[in-house]
Design a protein around this ligand. Structure first.
Ligand code: GCU
Length: 420
């Protein structure tokens, strides 16, 4: 790992330390700056849908995440295993391999789907995981991912870039399957590295090289997609499959992601309106946090540490966020009028909790165009007090993570909006 990367990941996992002022990182609310946000230029709901929304989507393609190439090909779905008595009979578990027959150098994605054992087709949460299906599920018969993986905080869970038996169930607290299934929802997940390994050169072994005419010799240009774009594409292919599964209510798909995968969830939800509910869990900079606020991680830091996540153009805004024609409130607004939820964590200063709240707040006028309430409050709510109607927000006790508290709010929000 590069020294900057090491320092940044250390900061990200050590919120107590992250509060300590350190060179280049601001945690002082009086020093966040006051650059005005780009104007949403609102007129009517019709104008938003026909004109302004596509303009803003294009700005995010050009300046932040890059454009998803057209003509990638038609995905093939193979249901490779079905277990009807998963989780002690609570669920049916399926594995689905998604591939692109015309892009055989891309190894494809292995999706794990848990469905409640019920008559009715189930609404479904769709999200990528950091460590593979075997880490999400507590069940011992889930195949261990064989793909490249980043080092794990859990000793022995990833050795020489591959997951081991020690990774089983390591992420299960972030995916409370029983709780979700008992509420009548299904869950579809996949390891994000199936789509593209998450490191500077990961794209060479992933989808982006497989679909680029220049393959692994591609020199990425301004406006071309980065890893977040590729991961978001994967989420949409999961939606493609889910819409073919009769046990899934394909009209009610929620896209969810944590941290860098929260940024991905927002971008997937912006591009793919089949996601009727969009969830950002602690997505921070390059996600729900306003980039014009100099607090915690900044564009300068993220474009240096993780340039492969974004389009090349985004580096122009390093130390110069005010020049970017978009900010996070516009990304949230791209979900309108669908329900969206933004979650912060009280110790996750790195992600700038207030910046995450304000993006929801400032996206609210777009929801108002559709006669829907976003966030009415001007100031962030007290810890553990969810607010908002079509834009939900909370700042939960604790650190950068996904917890039962977070899921409880997402389930409640989905039930409320979808009448389930
Ligand atoms: C780093 C990065 C964040 C990101 C996080 C994660 O901390 O700086 O932007 O959200 O990693 O994905 O875990």
């Amino acid at each position: 790992m590069k020294p900057t990367l090491l320092l940044l990941s250390f900061l990200a996992v050590s919120p107590a330390l992250a509060q300590t002022p350190r060179p280049g990182v601001n945690y002082d609310e009086t020093k966040v700056g006051s650059d005005p946000l780009p104007d949403l230029k609102l007129t009517t709901a019709e104008d938003w849908t026909a004109k302004r929304r596509p303009e803003i989507l294009k700005l995010f393609e050009d300046h932040v995440y890059g454009k998803t190439p057209a003509g990638i090909g038609t995905p093939k779905f193979e249901v490779t295993a079905v277990k009807k008595d998963a989780l002690n009979g609570l669920a049916t578990r399926k594995f689905i391999h998604i591939s692109l027959p015309n892009r055989s150098s891309w190894p494809g994605m292995d999706v794990m789907l848990y469905l409640p054992n019920a008559e009715k087709a189930a609404p479904c949460f769709v999200g990528l995981s950091f460590v593979g299906n075997q880490a999400v599920s507590p069940e011992p018969d889930v195949p261990i991912s064989t793909r490249w993986m980043r080092p794990s905080k859990v000793k022995g869970a990833v050795i020489d870039g591959r997951a081991t038996e020690a990774s089983r169930g390591n992420s299960s607290s972030r995916w409370p399957l029983e709780m979700i299934l008992k509420r009548g929802f299904a869950v579809a997940t996949c390891y994000y590295g199936d789509i593209e390994p998450d490191h500077d050169d990961g794209w060479k072994d992933g989808l982006r090289a497989a679909v680029s005419p220049d393959g692994a010799s591609t020199v990425w240009k301004d406006g071309e997609w980065g890893a977040i774009g590729a991961w978001a594409w994967g989420l949409s292919r999961m939606a493609d499959y889910l819409q073919t599964d009769p046990q899934i209510d394909g009209q009610h798909l929620a896209v969810i992601g944590h941290s860098r995968l929260g940024k991905t969830s927002l971008w997937a939800g912006a591009q793919d309106e089949r996601f009727g509910f969009v969830i950002s869990n602690n997505s921070g900079e390059g996600g729900a946090a306003l980039m014009r606020r100099d607090y915690g991680e900044t564009t300068a830091i993220i474009t240096k540490a993780f340039p492969h996540w974004f389009t090349h153009t985004y580096t122009r805004y390093s130390g110069n966020a005010a020049a970017c024609p978009v900010d996070a409130h516009m990304l949230i607004a791209l979900a309108a009028p669908r329900p969206i939820y933004i979650a912060s964590a009280a110790e996750d200063y790195w992600a700038d909790q207030k910046g995450e709240f304000l993006s929801g707040k400032h996206a609210s006028p777009v929801y108002a165009l559709f006669g829907k309430k976003g966030i009415a409050a001007d100031e962030p709510p007290a810890i553990d007090r969810p607010v908002g109607d079509f834009i939900g927000y909370h700042n939960r006790t604790g650190e950068h993570n996904v917890t039962d508290f977070d899921w409880t709010q997402y389930l409640n929000f989905a039930s409320r909006h979808w009448g389930r």
